[in-house]
Design a protein around this ligand. Structure first.
Ligand code: ASP
Length: 313
């Protein structure tokens, strides 16, 4: 009887502990000067439905004990596969009418990181970034070399046409520069690990093999278990110049700022002074979530251990 009671007690303690564990999964679907009130009802509904399902999926992963790095990858894959965003299928087109994709991922446990830039045949660039991190001696691979690496690793490869949607082809023909929808994810898992990832088609009509901030560790993506995880979106050139993702960490590390103070200063002061558009999502080691943009809009959503889903755009 005593043994039985002891086991019940142990089970209950473990159960309660698991319930207590904090976690947070935060995503963005790009920042820009759009006003969601102008979106047709059905478009608003599509985004709401997509983010709601995505957060249910993220919640099931996080609550069942998945690691932050695995959640980041799994969640971004779903966004890359959805043509609503500027990543994977539905990405913007470069000046030659081709999709050229950038992605990066970082593990806050050991500062390990992986990235691919300017890739044209890898179905899910975020998976390739993870593969570079786990299965190569490098942090960033670009262009044809990255395609070759991915092929050798047995990753799913596609013809560049797979990424093209009629919507993007029409925009390309009309020379429209305005597509936003880079995607990103930051996670605090139940073990206290942080991870971040970002994936994008970059900027419409980009030329000469242009690479943005998204695959650059420290510019578009950063994660350190001791501080925070950050994923950015916006005018990449400015995010590279200001090393935005790492700037948030550095402010916390050297200036003792809170995540909120750090994000406010870099996004709302430093970047604004430079006329640089964009925003970021972040979560610190205590589970504080800060999403901030200096544009009128940014698709964002999150879920935490209380299973409540928040969607804003
Ligand atoms: N940061 C991305 C880039 O410059 C684009 C974006 O987030 O909208 O490539």
């Amino acid at each position: 009887m005593r043994v039985f009671l002891a086991s019940v007690l142990l089970f209950l303690t473990l159960f309660i502990q698991a319930q207590d564990k904090k976690y947070a999964v935060v995503v963005h679907g790009g920042a820009g000067n759009f006003n969601s009130a102008d979106f047709p009802e059905e478009v608003r509904n599509d985004y709401n439905t997509f983010f709601n399902n995505l957060m249910l999926y993220a919640d099931s992963l996080a609550s069942s004990g998945a690691f932050a790095i695995d959640i980041v990858e799994a969640v971004i894959v779903k966004m890359e596969d959805n043509p609503m965003f500027n990543s994977g299928k539905g990405a913007v087109l470069n000046a030659e009418g081709k999709a050229e994709l950038d992605a990066s991922i970082m593990d806050g446990r050991d500062l390990n990181a992986g990235a691919v830039a300017g890739v044209t045949e890898i179905k899910n660039p975020i998976k390739a970034a993870r593969m570079v991190m786990d299965s190569s001696a490098h942090v960033m691979l670009s262009g044809e070399g990255a395609n070759t690496f991915a092929r050798q690793q047995g990753m799913e490869m596609v013809d560049n046409k797979y990424f093209l949607t009629q919507k993007m082809i029409d925009r390309y023909k009309e020379y429209m520069h305005d597509k936003h929808g880079t995607v990103g994810c930051v996670v605090l898992d139940i073990y206290g690990n942080l991870a971040a990832g970002t994936s994008t088609g970059g900027m419409m009509m980009k030329k000469w093999g242009r690479i943005g901030d998204s695959p650059v560790i420290g510019a578009g993506t950063y994660a350190d278990n001791r501080y925070a995880a950050v994923s950015c979106t916006g005018h990449g050139e400015y995010f590279i110049r200001n090393a935005v993702a790492y700037d948030v960490i550095a402010r916390m590390k050297y200036a003792g700022q809170s995540l909120e103070e750090a994000v406010n200063e870099i996004i709302m002061e430093v970047l604004v002074q430079q006329d640089a558009n964009g925003g970021l999502i972040s979560v610190d080691k205590n589970g504080n979530i800060v999403c901030k943009m200096n544009t009128t809009g940014m698709f964002r959503a999150w879920v935490t251990e209380n299973h409540e889903i928040v969607i804003e755009f």
